[in-house]
Write a protein that binds this ligand. Structure first.
Ligand code: PSU
Ligand code: MN
Length: 303
């Protein structure tokens, strides 16, 4: 095991005995949702994973240690500190470890640490992608590169239309990442069930997802698999309402010159403010829905 990695006892025991484990990220806690809803959600996501037969492993960097499996206190700390905790992407890991600092892991670093720990599957809300206007800003999330190189299945609800979804799919195709729709032929757009873009493959059961992932692993292919699970109908947002909020948040980010790693957290927070919190409720529900699917798939992977 990597000398910088600490597994929570429950996670270590499950992995040793070939029992299902699902990784969870921490940027969604400290940068993706406001306190205290972020902590409540993180705890509820862990409970959902357990209720569906798997062990949760929330991932973060604490005091320079890579952690797979956090205590309630650690989750509470990350949630309270919010954006004061460093958002840790691939380029930040070594610096944080060397300095003994804390970091909230993005999809990228959660995949890296999950893979190091031997965890195959990871549930989250939305992934980063190609930002709108990337043809001039070059703002493309490291999440896409990681999906192209690290063999972990990521279960998400698609991507928010703060991104250019068409270009994000093109990038994933270039990197050889299969994009699978769960119970759908269309890429879900996070708050809404449809984006107008097709997915590469469709799966209709956790067993089907597990067999696709096993085949990819057994083929010895590098790279991950992206499972896109539409938000449950009853929690989906009105497309016009969410689109208007996203357009306004994007305009403000350009006006204020927001860039680099701040762009995504800025847009996420502004969208929540502009929709008066209704988008936050949708966000929470889709994460729970993804946790359920990931846990069921983890159970199948262990059969
Ligand atoms: N999209 C969301 N919620 C999130 C994120 C993205 O809808 O919380 C977070 C994830 O941790 C993701 C990261 O990995 O933002 C991407 O950041 P960037 O665009 O700077 O790569
Ligand atoms: Mn970026």
């Amino acid at each position: 095991m990597n000398k910088y990695l600490d597994l929570a006892p429950e996670v270590a025991e499950a992995l040793e005995n070939g029992r299902p484990v699902v990784a969870l990220e921490s940027t969604i806690i400290s940068h993706g949702m406001p306190y205290p809803k972020n902590v409540e959600t993180a705890m509820l996501v862990e409970k959902t994973i357990r209720d569906n037969g798997a062990v949760p492993a929330t991932i973060a960097v604490i005091g320079g240690r890579l952690k797979a499996g956090l205590s309630r206190e650690e989750i509470e700390y990350l949630g309270k500190a919010g954006r004061a905790v460093a958002k840790a992407s691939r380029r930040d890991l070594a610096a944080l470890v060397a300095a003994g600092k804390d970091g909230a892991t993005t999809v990228t670093t959660t995949m890296i640490i999950a893979h190091m720990a031997g965890i195959d599957i990871f549930a989250t809300g939305g992934i980063g992608g190609v930002h709108r206007g990337a043809e001039t800003t070059m703002d493309i999330s490291a999440d896409l590169e990681e999906l192209g190189s690290t063999p972990v299945m990521v279960v998400c609800a698609g991507a928010k239309s703060i991104l250019d979804l068409g270009l994000t799919l093109e990038y994933l195709e270039t990197k050889g990442v299969p994009v699978i729709g769960y119970g759908t032929d269309e890429l879900p757009a996070f708050y809404t069930r449809q984006s107008g873009f097709g997915v590469d493959y469709r799966a209709d059961s956790p067993a089907q997802l597990a067999s696709m992932f096993s085949a990819q692993k057994e083929l010895g292919m590098k790279g991950g698999m992206l499972v896109t699970n539409p938000i449950p109908e009853e929690y989906a947002m009105d497309k016009a309402v969410i689109d208007a909020a996203i357009e306004q948040a994007l305009r403000e980010s350009v006006e204020q010159g927001v860039h680099g790693k701040e762009t995504t957290p800025f847009l996420l927070a502004r969208v929540v403010e502009l929709t008066g919190g209704s988008s936050l409720e949708s966000n929470i529900q889709l994460v729970l829905n993804n946790a359920t699917l990931a846990a069921k798939t983890a159970v199948e992977l262990c059969k």
